[in-house]
Write a protein that binds this ligand. Structure first.
Ligand SMILES: C[S@@+](CC[C@H](N)C(=O)[O-])C[C@H]1O[C@@H](n2cnc3c(N)ncnc32)[C@H](O)[C@@H]1O
Length: 286
């Protein structure tokens, strides 16, 4: 008789570091992924299904909320640009109060909680309040939105590095971001930069990045409404006047790989209409 194979098999990663059952009185900062509801992690989904309170952001797909228990309290705390600071204190208070009431609190955030998501700040508040918390990382739009548009952020012989930066603080007169330094990196991924794309591209050209560098602006990436506009550093600002956020800007030669790797459009173009059901699959139709 064969010896039974140990299960799970020995793994260099070892076993899971967290208990499976979410605990009352704890806040779980869960990354919801970039848009396509299927891009949440298994851990994130498990915790979401056990939540008694869900505090969620504007960029969280509504289908994910359907995964939660019908009786779970759903608290929308979507932030509008320019109103972040006033409302963040209220979010912090809700998290602390609901956890102290003994709830399993899920703080559901778009993408990854620690990538321009203020997750670190919320953890600090919870720590200071003595409230236990767990971070469930998510798939950040910084890599997944380009991926759904057929753009690998690194590619051998094309780009060996990528940098993610916020365009939100790109004041052309301020020196808060070293755009000249960013002009020299491999692939540049800019979040929250659509509103300042003209200043950003100008600063990069001034910093030495060639004007003909390929650029893609991907709006509502990974969803049924994904839209991709391509151009160069010198003309992209004019091409995206109609584009609405959320949008991710990718700058660098990897953008040219779309021509052969734009899988979302190619993979389903021959599907029967009934096969193109929802979410990510619908991307193929746009
Ligand atoms: C406040 S940041 C949060 C980023 C998030 N924590 C993450 O890891 O993806 C929001 C920015 O992410 C980008 N973004 C998020 N979802 C996106 C999507 N579905 N398509 C394109 N860009 C997206 C946009 O640049 C948007 O302005």
């Amino acid at each position: 008789m064969r010896a039974a194979t140990p299960f799970p098999p020995e793994s260099p990663l070892g076993y899971s570091t967290h208990p499976n059952q979410p605990k009352p009185g704890t806040v779980y900062l869960v990354g919801a992924g970039p848009g396509d509801p299927e891009l949440i992690t298994l851990r994130g989904l498990r915790v979401l299904r056990r939540a008694t309170v869900i505090v969620y952001d504007r960029l969280v797909h509504p289908e994910l909320l359907d995964e939660a228990h019908p009786d779970a309290e759903r608290i929308y705390v979507g932030k509008r640009p320019g109103h972040h600071y006033r409302i963040q204190d209220q979010i912090n208070s809700i998290l602390v109060a609901r956890a102290r009431e003994g709830h399993v609190v899920v703080r559901l955030k778009g993408g990854d909680p620690f990538v321009f998501g203020r997750g670190g700040e919320e953890c600090e508040v919870l720590h200071d309040a003595g409230v236990p918390f767990e971070v469930v990382p998510g798939i950040s739009s910084a890599v997944s939105v380009p991926a759904y548009a057929g753009i690998p952020v690194t590619h051998r012989d094309v780009s060996t590095a990528f940098t993610v930066v916020t365009g939100h603080t790109c004041d052309p007169e301020a020196n808060d971001v070293d755009w000249a330094a960013l002009a020299r990196v491999g692939t540049l991924v800019i979040l929250m930069g659509l509103g300042r794309i003209r200043q950003i591209t100008r600063r990069l050209i001034e910093g030495g990045r060639p004007a003909e560098t390929p650029v893609a602006v991907i709006s509502r990436g990974t969803t049924a409404h994904q839209d991709v506009v391509e151009g160069t550093l010198v003309d992209i600002a004019d091409r995206v006047a109609h584009v609405r956020p959320p949008a991710t800007i990718v700058i660098g030669d990897v953008v040219s790989l779309r021509e052969r790797i734009a899988w979302a459009a190619v993979a389903h173009s021959s599907d029967e209409p009934e096969q193109v059901a929802a979410g990510a699959l619908e991307i193929a139709t746009i």
